[in-house]
Design a protein around this ligand. Structure first.
Ligand SMILES: *[C@@H]1O[C@H](CO)[C@@H](O)[C@H](O)[C@H]1NC(C)=O
Ligand SMILES: *[C@@H]1O[C@H](CO)[C@@H](O)[C@H](O)[C@H]1NC(C)=O
Ligand SMILES: *[C@@H]1O[C@H](CO)[C@@H](O)[C@H](O)[C@H]1NC(C)=O
Ligand SMILES: *[C@@H]1O[C@H](CO)[C@@H](O)[C@H](O)[C@H]1NC(C)=O
Length: 645
């Protein structure tokens, strides 16, 4: 198969390249991500094989992005709530003409003439096909073949790459390089291997079933006295002090990744037992992104649990506000967060310029049964609040990739969207309970989680989203008698800690400083970055234990920051409803406001988030890297946001 392009092709003389004037090169990116599945192959490459190269150009004004976002989001700003149009955002951040022309002249100097180079419609990417020989010379690197231990598929990657020193500031990222799973395309035939794509690191749903996973049947009485065992929409309203919506003025989006899918029959079962105001047959508005389907062919907890949970709670808590389901990715290839962002923002969309094929779904999907249409690009409107209960480890992806995506949340915050991400279910460990074998999670090598370096979650550590951790009601008490809750320690542990990638945003610096002054953790700098200069997460928390969810025809108990994120998002959606009814904007990026108003939260001061063979961090008075500022007090939080213009 692909060995034909990887093997030496005898008799072909290497093309000689014109030698450009020497300019000093500097290292641009080095591989420091998880490569467990890949083994280096000791074979020689066909250096005449063409590979598709994408150069992500540096955008203008990103250095001002934080301040621009604060200008519309900080409670003390006179421009609070004056969100930007997508057009203004696109213009403000598009790469400069100088960036485009200096990168193009570099390419031309290396024999890659401008006619070969396509410029994406977002202006953000340059794309061209070049031989391995050309690229190795251009990037001062060496490509090697790797084999996936599970599938035997071959892939192309390098350990690091360099660019001319004067261009470093103009280039974010070049692919395929240090990122994994890159696909070598034969010169003539387009070929993509189905199995190799299913090995892309996929965002992981942050949900777990109880054991047994079918527990409380309809004969159980669900009431407030039972909330410590069975969490229902009624319990959440009582815990956080909100009632149902009334005005249907606000918008709320839930993102799901195919093959995860909800079943209408499960929604109906849920309403019949737990939300009788909603009629059977009521469902979300469905936006199908990149050929997505809400599949019903395979049904199991893994196929339906996440979507059923997210939609049953989001729909019930914000009703009669309509929930939009952003179902993302076709059934063959699946998708990443970038595919979703492309679909709601044409300025991010990389059509004609290329997402990172190592991480993102690429459409049209050439595989059998794959989606043959073009990738959705700015096709759907972003809702005012968007909750996602999937996540990566920071060390699954490169810092450049994460930074580029994180900046996109900044832009959509400028446009007035609140992004909520679950903080993870494994405490200080990463998805699956894995920890890192090296400091800073460098090299991305993971162990089974009994020891090692704490493994932070992405996008939870992106400073432009709101990360939601999980709590539980203290056992054996009534809701009203057990406030505050404690950090979730039933089945899951609230994801939390400190980033290895993102600097600390100023909105949380005083909260984090207080945490270190009053409750400095005893762990060393080899376990986590204790410099007090990096982003701490989560920002907030909500209940994440014992949710009663209808899955595949039965009521089950489920656990996870997957539950707390849509619940917290519902609270913000109800606040938006009230603000809009007062003639105000949606709240947009909430972090500067909530850190300035910690008393609008019920502080969580018990429990911890164990992992990596440690007790993890502990929930203490004030902000902590387990439950953030705490759980929402709707009345107080509404008052805070209603007091703003
Ligand atoms: C690269 O080659 C592929 C396969 O021939 C083609 O589909 C694609 O458009 C080319 N890309 C560019 C930027 O020329
Ligand atoms: C919210 O805060 C007020 C004032 O402290 C308090 O009386 C009320 O019980 C709180 N509500 C919830 C749901 O915690
Ligand atoms: C809101 O809640 C009240 C009381 O719980 C209920 O009577 C009413 O039907 C609900 N309205 C909607 C739109 O769900
Ligand atoms: C912690 O983060 C800071 C800021 O990024 C960095 O300078 C420092 O090297 C990191 N420390 C460790 C031990 O990783």
């Amino acid at each position: 198969m692909k060995l034909t392009v990887l093997a030496i092709v005898g008799g072909l003389a290497a093309q000689s390249l014109a030698a450009p004037a020497p300019v000093p090169y500097v290292l641009h990116e080095k591989r420091e991500i998880n490569t467990d599945k890949w083994t280096h192959r000791d074979i020689k490459l066909n250096r005449d094989a063409l590979i598709p190269i994408s150069i992500g150009l540096t955008q203008r004004n990103l250095e001002n992005g934080y301040d621009l976002l604060m200008d519309v989001s900080h409670p003390e700003s006179s421009n609070y709530g004056k969100h930007w149009s997508m057009e203004k955002i696109k213009e403000t951040f598009a790469p400069s003409a100088e960036t485009v022309s200096s990168v193009k002249s570099w390419l031309a100097e290396y024999g890659i003439e401008n006619e070969r180079v396509k410029h994406s419609k977002s202006n953000g990417w340059l794309k061209f096909n070049a031989t391995i020989e050309e690229v190795e010379y251009l990037l001062r690197t060496e490509y090697s073949a790797y084999t996936n231990a599970e599938t035997g598929n071959d892939h192309l990657a390098c350990k690091d790459y360099s660019v001319p020193a004067h261009l470093r500031e103009h280039i974010d990222i070049i692919t395929p390089t240090v990122h994994f799973d890159a696909i070598v395309k034969p010169q003539k035939k387009q070929y993509r291997d189905l199995n190799s794509r299913s090995l892309r690191v996929k965002p992981t749903p942050q949900i777990k079933p109880g054991s047994p996973d079918v527990a409380p049947q309809p004969q159980v009485t669900y009431n407030l006295a039972n909330c410590y065992q069975y969490v229902t929409p009624e319990c959440l309203r009582a815990l956080y002090g909100f009632t149902n919506g009334t005005l249907a003025l606000s918008s709320y989006g839930i993102v799901e990744y195919t093959p995860q899918a909800y079943l209408q029959s499960d929604l109906n079962l849920f309403y019949a037992n737990l939300q009788r105001e909603i009629a059977s047959g009521y469902g979300p508005t469905v936006d199908l992104i990149d050929g997505a389907t809400v599949q019903t062919t395979t049904q199991s907890f893994d196929d339906n649990g996440e979507s059923d949970l997210d939609l049953q709670y989001a729909i019930s808590l914000v009703y009669p506000q309509k929930v939009t389901l952003y179902q993302t990715g076709d059934a063959v290839e699946g998708a990443s967060f970038n595919n979703f962002l492309d679909a709601i923002d044409a300025s991010y969309c990389t059509s004609g310029g290329g997402d990172d094929p190592t991480q993102d779904g690429i459409y049209p999907d050439t595989a059998t049964g794959g989606y043959k249409g073009a990738e959705n690009c700015g096709t759907f409107a972003p809702a005012s609040v968007i909750s996602t209960s999937y996540g990566y480890n920071e060390a699954d992806l490169t810092a450049a990739y994460e930074t580029r995506q994180c900046n996109e949340y900044m832009k959509l915050g400028l446009a007035g969207t609140t992004f909520l991400y679950s903080s993870g279910d494994y405490g200080v460990a990463g998805n699956g309970g894995q920890c890192c074998t090296k400091a800073k999670c460098a090299g991305g090598t993971y162990n089974s989680g009994t020891t090692g370096t704490f493994n932070p979650a992405f996008p939870a550590t992106c400073p432009y989203i709101t990360a939601v951790g999980a709590t539980q009601i203290k056992p054996k008490g009534l809701v009203t008698a057990t406030q505050p809750e404690e950090a979730c320690e039933t089945v899951i542990y609230s994801g939390g800690g400190f980033s290895n990638v993102f600097a600390m945003p100023s909105y949380q610096s005083s909260a984090v400083a207080t945490y270190f002054t009053s409750h400095k953790p005893t762990y060393t700098a080899t376990q986590y970055n204790n410099s007090q200069t990096v982003r701490g997460y989560p920002d907030v928390a909500a209940n994440g234990a014992n949710y009663v969810v209808a899955v595949d025809g039965s009521l089950s108990l489920v656990y996870g920051t997957s539950a707390s994120a849509p619940t917290f998002g519902s609270v913000i959606t109800l606040i938006n409803e009230q603000r809009i009814s007062s003639g105000k904007s949606a709240v947009g990026f909430i972090n500067p406001t909530i850190y300035a108003n910690p008393s609008a939260f019920t502080d969580i001061v018990a429990g911890g988030n164990q992992g990596c063979g440690t007790a993890g961090f502990t929930a203490v008075a004030g902000w902590d890297p387990v439950t953030g500022l705490g759980t929402p007090n709707y009345t107080k939080l509404l008052a805070v946001f209603q007091a703003l213009p």
